[in-house]
Write a protein that binds this ligand. Structure first.
Ligand SMILES: NC(=O)c1ccc[n+]([C@@H]2O[C@H](COP(=O)([O-])OP(=O)(O)OC[C@H]3O[C@@H](n4cnc5c(N)ncnc54)[C@H](OP(=O)(O)O)[C@@H]3O)[C@@H](O)[C@H]2O)c1
Length: 436
């Protein structure tokens, strides 16, 4: 049997402890698949005295996490600390700089610094892998990098945040509003005490930016992801969507197209969308993640599973380690980093599709006429218009509109015409309707 692959593990939280447990529980299976043992030679976290529910006595604790990168007895540094910058990034840079392999679950760091780290890895000839950074236990990074490698991918999209999916599907199941279901998600441990990265769509945007780079062979452009979270989705929107045959889901969508000048344009968006009941994403409930990739030869592929949690995420981390142990790490973003294409950000106005728009308006005569006139003037064709929620004379009502297929630019123009109108008592909410 070959020499063991020696790893240093930084971060012993949910994922770090999960990795130790997996390596202990599945030692034989991992060794057989890897062709050699995977041996933890150093561990580190902030608080040495913390009870982590595992026996750490058998592992060598190091006080200085950054020193792991320098150790001669370490082949791969596993970064499970988190945070786009700070100690995680310093460690990642130091590890690759020293020619060590780097495995991470840190989507924020990969979304922000993945290009720099991949360049460093290429220069040093060091493996760099991050399966666990996107959709936890789902092997979607490998699926896109290897399984769809022979395809021209046209669209990659999916449910990339389990917290949001839990909240939205529970709003649907219970009829409750966003605030109550956010509290329920926190009680169940699906949402952090500070849930802003999840509910504002930032976490999903990190993952989408990484997936787009892998699937399309383009440079990561996280800053170009247009992100809207789920905080404005109300119980009435969910009920209205249901009546029309849809569920509401936070969906990240990346599309690569050619602009008028022939240049590649990458449109990346995360926003709540209406998903048809019959669409595979329509059946994804709870904290599950799902990614759809559309290839010119493979057709529509669905990757689905647990998007977070100690065990699924550990499964993805150790899968990367097994690849490295076998010498099969490959280019982290599917093609060598120097060949990744730099794209312009696509124009969302050019999207052609149907939209759901919810207006919150003053309950008085003429308001509907004002809205429909703005739609007409902007060239938006209305498929249906439903007024709901009149509780008292002169109060507020919800008007839900579904448009016929048309350019998104026209909807934006109509809403600009309505801006500042005293009839609108809150900003409208626009949710694209996902194509079948
Ligand atoms: N949790 C999931 O389901 C999941 C899924 C996919 C990806 N991820 C990613 O995996 C990474 C780890 O997530 P997690 O949920 O395991 O986080 P976590 O439970 O908060 O654990 C973080 C660990 O890092 C240690 N740490 C934090 N700051 C440190 C510092 N300055 N120096 C040394 N150690 C430090 C902590 O030490 P102490 O324990 O001593 O405080 C803790 O052990 C993140 O990038 C996250 O985005 C997580």
């Amino acid at each position: 049997m070959a020499e063991p692959l020696r790893i240093a593990l930084a971060g012993l939280g949910t994922v770090g402890v999960g990795v130790i447990r997996l390596l202990e529980t599945n030692r034989d299976v991992v060794e057989r698949r890897a062709g050699r043992a995977i041996q933890v030679v150093a561990v580190n976290a902030r608080d040495r005295g913390k009870d982590r529910g595992i026996d750490l006595a058998r592992y060598s604790w190091v006080d200085d996490m950054q020193a792991m990168a320098e150790r001669a007895d370490v082949d791969v540094v596993v970064e499970l600390v988190g945070g786009a910058d700070g100690p995680a990034l310093s460690l990642a840079r130091a590890a690759l700089d020293a020619g060590k392999g780097l495995v991470t679950a840190n989507k924020a760091m990969v979304a922000h610094h993945g290009m720099e780290l991949a360049e460093l890895a290429a220069i040093k000839g060091a493996p760099f892998a991050f399966e666990a950074a996107v959709a936890g236990g789902i092997p979607v990074v490998k699926g896109l990098r290897e399984g769809t490698a022979a395809n021209e991918l046209t669209r990659i999209y999916g449910i990339l945040n389990g917290t949001c999916n839990y909240i939205l599907s529970e709003m649907e199941r219970t009829g409750a509003d966003f605030g109550a279901m956010l509290t329920a998600a926190q009680d169940k441990g699906y949402a952090e005490a500070d849930p802003s990265f999840d509910i504002e769509g930032v976490d999903a945007a990190h993952k989408l930016a990484i997936l787009a780079a892998i699937g399309f062979g383009t440079r990561i452009d996280f800053e170009a992801v247009r992100t809207t979270g789920i905080t404005e989705v109300r119980a009435t929107d969910i009920a209205q969507a249901d009546a029309l045959g849809y569920v509401v889901r936070l969906v990240g969508v990346a599309t690569l197209s050619k602009g008028d000048d022939g240049s590649a344009q990458l449109l990346q968006r995360v926003q709540p969308c209406l998903v048809p009941f019959r669409h595979p994403l329509g059946a994804v409930t709870g904290p599950t993640n799902a990614v759809v990739a559309e290839g010119d030869f493979a057709g529509r592929l669905l990757f689905q599973g647990a998007g977070a949690g100690d065990r699924p995420t550990a499964s993805a981390v150790v899968a990367d380690l097994i690849d490295i142990a076998r010498g099969q790490a490959g280019a982290p973003f599917s093609v060598p980093v120097g060949q990744l294409e730099a794209c312009k950000a696509g124009d969302p106005g050019e999207r052609v599709g149907r939209d759901y728009i919810r207006f919150t308006v003053a309950d008085r005569p003429g308001v509907l006429a004002e809205i429909t006139a703005a739609m007409r003037d902007a060239g938006v064709s209305i498929e249906s218009l439903i007024q709901r929620g009149r509780d008292h004379e002169g109060g507020e009502v919800q008007v839900a509109m579904v448009t016929h297929e048309g350019p998104e630019r026209s909807v934006t123009q109509a809403l600009t015409l309505l801006e500042g109108s005293p009839s609108l008592t809150a900003p409208p909410l626009v949710m694209p309707i996902l194509r079948d």
